[in-house]
Design a protein. Structure first.
Length: 582
C-alpha cells in the first residue's frame, strides 16, 4: 500500500476528549473517528488490525469445532419476554417499535436468538453437542460511553454458544473454549490472565474472564505469587483461618459506654482509644428484601457479591434507615449483634476474636468486651470481605498480588438458565425429555485492539505485535524527489510484497522527521529507511519499532533479511505451543 493513496489521517495533538491512551492513539493514528457518543467509524488502518484479530479468532474457533453463523441484530421482544430479560435488562437495551407497532430491540447479546434457533432444530441427543459462533455488531446503550472503543455503545463481538446433553459434555465444551481463548490471546501477542469471575448465582455455573494486564486497566484482579490462582476482586476468595475455641475465662465483663453522636469506625476508635481492628462493624443488608446483619472487622469492607452468592439471593443492598431502626431499635451508627432482630453472619476475619467493641443497638451507646457465645450468636462464619493485598492465596497460602487488567473475553458456563426459561429440550438416550446445558463465550474485538494498545505503546505511539500490526513493514524513502532513493524504495516495496510481506510505502513528499513521527505513531513493527548516505554506500537502515534496535543491511539482501524477521515473529506467535497465559 502506498501512503500517498491511503486514507490515513494522522493527528499530532492529543484529542481533548480522549481520556485513555488507546483512545488517544487510535484517533491520532487515524484508526477510528467518532460519529456520535459511543459510536465510532473504523478507518482503513484500524480495520486492517480488526480483520486480523477476527481472523485469529475464526481460526481458533473453527479449530475448536465451533461453526460460524450470522444472527440478526434486530430481535423481537417476544424472545426477551420468554427469557425474562425484557423487564430485567433496563435501559441498556435499545428498544423500538417497527411500523406494525411490534416491539423490538437491537441485540446487546444473542442468548435468546441462538436458543430459539437451536430449540427449533435440535430434537435428540444425537444432534448434540453444538457450538455456534458469530462475529457481529452489538448495541448496548451505555449511560456514559467512554474510553473510545473500550466502552462504547456499538461494537463488534465474537459470541459463541454451546449446547450439550449433559454436565460432562458442557464442561468439555467450556474447556475447549478456554483453550481456544488462551490460544487466541497468545497469538495476538498479549500478556493476559484467565481469572475466576463472579457468575452470579445461576446453579451449576462458573466463569472466567480473560484479562489483558495493563496499568491503565479498569478492572482490579488478584493473583497468587505462588500458584496459578487468579480472580477478579469481586470473586477473589480469602483463606479460612483455623478455628480456635476461645477460653471463656478470658472474657471480660460486658460494658456499655455512652458514645454521644459517635458513629463511624474512625469516630469510635478515636473516642475509645482503640484501633479499627478492635471494633466489629455491624452492617444491615436487605437480601431480596429480608434483613440480614453482617459482622466484619472495623478495617475491612463487605464484598456484596460474595454475600449475595453466599445467601443465594438475587439482590443484596444496604438496608434503609427504616429497616436499620426496626432491627436494631436505634438509628444508623449504633448497630451491634447483641439482640439484633435479623440473621447474623460473620466474616472469617472475626474468627477467634474476643472482647470486641461494637454498637449497642441503642442510640448513642456502644459496648466493650462483647463475646460470641456469651453475648451474641452468629448463624455462620463465611468469606464475606473484599480481598486485600496482605491476604493469602486460598489455594496455596502464598501472598496475593494485585494487578490491573482489561477484560477482553469471558467464558461462561450458563447451565440451564436459558434452556429452562425458553424450553430448549431434547430427547436423551432413554427417550426422556431434558434441558440442554449451555455455555456462552464472548470476545470484544475492538476492545481487544484497544487493550493491545494500552498494554503495548510508548511515548511515540503504538507497538503492534506482528500478528495484528496493520502492516508488517514500513518503507521510508527520506526524499522521494531524489530519483535513486525513490527507485530503491519502489524496488524494496515490490520485493517485499512479492515475498508475502505487508508493506506500507511512505511515498509522500514530506520531510523525513514527519515520516518518522508518523511511522512511530502508527507503530508498524519494522521500519526501513532509505537515505542518501546509506544508499550511496549500498545499504538501507532497518529499525525495529519495539526495541529501537537498528541495523544496516546491504540493499541486495534487504528483502530477504526483512522477510525472515517478519516471518520469524509471525511463526513464533502462531506456534501451536504458544498457548499459555503470560
Ligand atoms: Zn496460590
Amino acid at each position: 500500500m502506498r501512503y500517498s493513496q491511503m486514507f490515513l489521517p494522522t493527528v499530532r495533538e492529543v484529542p481533548s476528549d480522549a481520556e485513555v491512551i488507546s483512545h488517544q492513539l487510535m484517533i491520532r493514528a487515524g484508526m477510528i473517528r467518532k460519529l456520535t457518543s459511543g459510536i465510532y467509524s473504523v478507518l482503513p488502518l484500524g480495520y486492517r488490525t480488526v480483520k486480523k484479530v477476527e481472523e485469529i479468532i475464526r481460526q481458533e474457533m473453527d479449530a475448536a469445532g465451533a461453526q460460524e453463523v450470522y444472527l440478526p441484530a434486530v430481535q423481537p421482544a417476544e424472545l426477551w419476554q420468554e427469557s425474562g430479560r425484557w423487564s430485567f435488562y433496563g435501559k441498556e437495551l435499545l428498544r423500538f417499535k417497527d411500523r406494525h407497532m411490534r416491539e423490538c430491540c437491537l441485540g446487546p447479546t444473542h442468548e435468546e436468538v441462538i436458543t430459539d434457533l437451536v430449540r427449533n432444530e435440535v430434537k435428540t441427543y444425537r444432534q448434540l453437542p453444538r457450538n455456534l459462533y458469530q462475529i457481529q455488531t452489538k448495541f448496548r446503550d451505555e449511560v456514559r460511553p467512554r474510553f473510545g472503543v473500550m466502552r462504547c455503545r456499538e461494537f463488534d463481538m465474537k459470541d459463541a454458544y454451546s449446547f450439550d446433553a449433559d454436565e460432562k459434555g458442557a464442561d468439555l465444551s467450556y474447556e475447549k473454549m478456554f483453550k481456544a481463548y488462551t490460544r487466541i490471546f497468545s497469538r495476538i501477542g498479549l500478556t493476559f490472565r484467565p481469572v475466576e469471575a463472579d457468575s452470579g448465582n445461576i446453579g451449576g455455573a462458573y466463569s472466567h474472564e480473560f484479562m489483558v494486564l495493563a496499568d491503565t486497566g479498569e478492572d482490579a484482579l488478584a493473583f497468587c505469587s505462588g500458584c496459578h490462582y487468579a480472580a477478579n476482586l469481586e470473586k477473589a476468595e480469602i483463606a479460612k483461618p483455623g478455628k480456635v475455641d476461645p477460653d471463656p475465662a478470658q472474657f471480660k465483663p460486658l460494658e456499655s459506654i455512652h458514645t454521644p453522636d459517635v458513629r463511624t469506625i474512625e469516630e469510635v476508635s478515636a473516642f475509645l482509644g482503640v484501633t479499627p481492628q478492635d471494633i466489629v462493624k455491624t452492617l444491615v443488608f436487605a437480601a431480596d428484601g429480608k434483613p440480614v446483619a453482617v459482622l466484619i472487622r472495623g478495617d475491612e469492607e463487605v464484598n456484596e457479591a460474595k454475600l449475595r452468592n453466599y445467601l443465594g439471593a438475587d439482590s443484596v443492598e444496604l438496608a434503609t434507615d427504616d429497616i436499620v431502626l426496626e432491627v436494631t431499635n436505634s438509628p444508623k451508627g449504633f448497630a451491634g449483634a447483641i439482640g439484633i432482630k435479623a440473621d447474623v453472619y460473620a466474616d472469617y476475619s472475626l474468627m477467634n476474636r474476643i472482647n470486641v467493641v461494637m454498637g449497642a443497638n441503642r442510640e448513642d451507646y456502644h459496648v466493650k468486651n462483647a463475646n460470641l457465645g456469651r453475648d451474641f450468636t452468629v448463624k455462620a462464619f463465611a468469606d464475606l470481605r473484599i480481598i486485600k493485598e496482605s491476604d493469602s492465596c486460598p489455594r496455596c497460602g502464598k501472598p496475593v498480588r494485585f494487578a490491573r487488567g482489561i477484560e477482553v473475553g469471558h467464558v461462561f458456563k450458563l447451565g440451564t438458565k436459558y434452556s429452562k426459561a425458553m424450553k430448549a429440550t431434547f430427547l436423551d438416550r432413554d427417550g426422556k425429555e431434558k434441558f440442554m446445558i449451555m455455555g456462552c463465550y464472548g470476545i470484544g474485538v475492538g476492545r481487544t485492539v484497544a487493550a493491545a494498545i494500552e498494554q503495548q505503546h510508548d511515548d511515540q505511539g503504538i507497538l503492534w505485535p506482528m500478528t495484528i500490526a496493520p502492516f508488517h513493514v514500513m518503507v521510508v524513502p527520506v526524499n522521494v524527489n531524489d530519483a535513486k532513493i525513490a527507485a530503491a524504495g519502489e524496488t524494496l516495496y515490490r520485493e517485499l510484497e512479492e515475498a508475502g510481506v505487508e508493506v506500507l510505502l511512505d511515498d509522500r513528499d514530506e520531510r523525513a522527521g514527519v515520516k518518522f513521527n508518523d511511522a512511530d505513531l502508527i507503530g508498524i513493527p519494522v521500519r526501513v529507511t532509505i537515505g542518501p548516505k546509506s544508499l550511496a554506500a549500498g545499504n538501507v537502515e532497518m529499525r525495529i519499532r519495539r526495541t529501537g534496535e537498528t541495523r544496516t543491511i546491504p540493499v541486495g539482501e534487504a528483502a530477504t533479511v526483512i522477510r525472515d524477521i517478519v516471518m520469524g515473529e509471525l511463526k513464533a506467535l502462531n506456534d501451536p505451543n504458544n498457548g499459555h497465559p503470560r
